[in-house]
Design a protein. Structure first.
Length: 344
């Protein structure tokens, strides 16, 4: 990886004694934003690598979404062998808050894997530069409904590109992962009259499928089912070189981060005539909402409009890719690069 970051702080937490990394990749477009991941790594160096990679991804995501923000990320390296006690967790979150405060507003943190809205409230006791605190504390709360809203907008744009109509009704979707975001996508698809396969490793999610009149399937068969759109909403790395030739969908568009197991999978999808909505475009609704509500001071309706514009961005990318013969992944990267270049 080429080192292009502006600032990286690697610090042992004063209270928690845990390794904490705050990576600010870019503030070229404006203050950097990016969540706080609390995760167990075998070595702290792996946490550092994640922070560097994820903060760079946030720069791309914000630029492509048209936000006046750059990318950052916080990683707290948890002990590999045991969970934190409640006191230790609070100590780690205070440590994060103090480090974020040192940036003086050049970087704002928020929730990510291993942290949630309540944790943001705790960080908020140490710094004002934190998104998604509980609504009762003046924050914008859980970002996942807004991520789901953006993904559904992306699904309409995907349907438009593949069938000439953005209509969801009558089309068939397989949603992989019925967690915070996936369950809300599934609900909106069902409400719009789409046919649905729902899948999760957790069999308790079968009841949601029953409630929505959806088929419940194990992940392996759901991923390769004959559908219009495959909707990844679980972990990253779903689209491997081995899987792509076995897919029986027309398009893939979903919430999961880092869907491509290898970058060249984008080319395999294109060669197989499978339309791919770049993940960081489709799943930007959460960060767009936070920035809109908490930095720009927009009202909820304006924030929703900004989230729904994900559909226009995606339509533009699909057209560019089709016209120039590049992958949708390359088109998205080019859009982000253009916006960054225009700002320097
Ligand atoms: N929450 C957000 O606002 C947000 C924003 C941007 C991106 N994302 C991405 O969207 C994805 C889902 O996020 P979330 O917040 O809903 O997470 P979550 O943990 O609430 O849900 C994930 C779900 O996937 C299931 N799952 C795990 N492995 C699976 C597998 N192999 N096959 C099928 N199901 C599996 C889990 O049981 C769980 O129900 C993640 O990749 C996340 O990074 C989320």
């Amino acid at each position: 990886m080429e080192f292009g970051h502006e600032t990286v702080v690697l610090r042992r937490g004063q209270r928690s004694r845990l390794p904490i990394i705050v990576a600010v990749h870019s503030t070229v477009l404006g203050p950097a934003v990016g969540g706080c991941r609390m995760w167990g790594y075998a070595r702290w160096e792996d946490g550092l690598r994640d922070a560097l990679r994820l903060s760079e991804g946030m720069t791309r995501k914000c630029a492509a979404a048209g936000l006046s923000n750059g990318g950052g990320k916080t990683v707290v390296v948890l002990p590999a062998d045991r969970p934190l006690t409640a006191d230790e967790r609070r100590a780690a979150l205070y440590d994060v808050g103090d480090i974020v405060a040192e940036f003086g507003g050049r970087y704002l943190t928020g929730p990510d894997a291993g942290t949630g809205v309540a944790d943001m409230g705790v960080i908020g006791e140490r710094t004002e530069y934190v998104f998604c605190r509980p609504e009762a504390d003046g924050g914008s709360g859980d970002p996942s409904p807004f991520t789901a809203l953006g993904v559904v907008a992306a699904l309409r744009a995907t349907c438009l590109a593949m069938s000439g109509s953005p209509e969801l009704a009558g089309k068939r979707f397989a949603v992989i992962g019925a967690g915070n975001v996936g369950a809300q996508i599934a609900r909106q698809l069902a409400a719009a009259g789409a046919a649905l396969i729902l899948s999760d490793v957790d069999p308790a999610k079968r009841s949601l499928a029953a409630e929505l009149g959806a088929e419940f399937a194990d992940p392996e068969s759901a991923v390769t089912a004959e559908v219009d759109v495959l909707v990844p909403a679980a972990l990253g790395g779903l689209l491997t070189r081995e899987l792509v030739p076995r897919l029986r969908c027309i398009a893939v568009a979903g919430a999961a981060n880092n869907q491509l197991a290898e970058p060249d999978v984008a080319e395999l999808l294109r060669a197989g005539d499978i339309l791919w909505a770049p993940d960081y475009i489709a799943n930007a609704g959460g960060v767009v909402n936070s920035v809109s509500r908490e930095i720009l001071g927009d009202d909820p309706a304006t924030a929703v409009k900004r989230i729904e514009s994900i559909a226009d961005t995606l339509t533009g990318l699909f057209e560019t890719a089709a016209r120039t013969g590049i992958t949708t992944a390359a088109a998205a990267d080019a859009l982000a690069r253009q916006r960054l270049a225009a700002a320097v």
